[in-house]
Design a binder for this molecule. Sequence first.
Ligand code: FAQ
Length: 311
Amino acid sequence: MKEQDKFQEKIEQDEKIEPKDWMPDRYRNQLIRMMSQHAHSEIVGMLPEGNWITRAPSLRRKMGLLAKVQDEAGHGMYIYSNTETLGISRQEMIDQLLKGEAKYSNIFNYPTLSWADIGMIGWLVDGAAMVNQTMLVKTSYGPYSRAMIRICKEENFHRKQGHEIVATLANGIPEQQEMVQDALNRWWWPTLMMFGPPDSNSPHTNELMQWKVKRKSNDELRQDFIDRVIPEAHQMGLKIPDPDLIFNEETGHWEIGEIDWDEFWQVIKGNGPMNHERLETRRKAHESGRWVREAAEAYAHKQKLQQQKAS
Ligand code: FAQ
């Protein structure tokens, strides 16, 4: 049987594709694109929350946030390693990010203006990421699928801590209620954009679904998220900032108004409110970590020489 046919049969039988298996170049490159963007998102995603570690309102909140940001770093490292199994080095991926050639999630190009934004990132952004990543647990590439199992467990915990922050503020004094509603007003639409452009305008979805890399389309996942999160918002007394929002009794689904896709394309082209600052912060962090990388390399080299001498 030809390699191409064997590959296709595995996909059809729902078997995982593993790093040493033959795969079409296009499948490999699509996964590198998607997984490296995902890893970059985890890394850049630490920045909006990291800004609030020193300003968390209590020791408990500070510990929770610190642990969450550390988890995101871990997810980034884990997904970079996963992507390396496809034949690209971590260094190459990081260079692409720092040169501004790689994409990362639109959502991390918005500022965190108040403590309520930290709750929104946990409840809404991690909530959206989880809907997407739960689908990716079933993706056809073995290493990515297995990484998603562990990552989803942690994201679920993040979502819960975000929900707790939002619910506490929504139950608080009028100023806290106002602050959390303001945060929802700013984060709602960019969060819906995280699922990607509408299916009718998504160049990669069809191909990725044929290969079972994606198991649901952008619009299907967006709808799953909307149906799950709107009742939660209402339960906390929050108002969804969408005058056209209606519940369709016949379909049992919430229907939203128009998403501003111009804003989405602008943000992912680098013209969002925080794109410049996010990349600058990453560049500085990379530069100031240079001595650590060099020291680790020198140590590893020395260890290797000692081992060679001993054997
Ligand atoms: N942001 O044809 P499609 C997280 C680009 S993790 C920026 O629909 P596809 C954890 C897309 O790349 C969040 N760009 O593409 C956390 C393509 O451009 P290209 C990240 C986007 O691949 C929480 C073009 O638009 N998760 O948040 C976005 O079929 C809290 C056309 O799009 C993942 O990356 C976007 N939102 O579907 C961390 C999950 N959407 O490459 C810290 C894995 C689309 O041709 C704190 N990725 N674009 O130049 C995926 O599931 C998919 O790749 C999609 C896009 C759904 C993101």
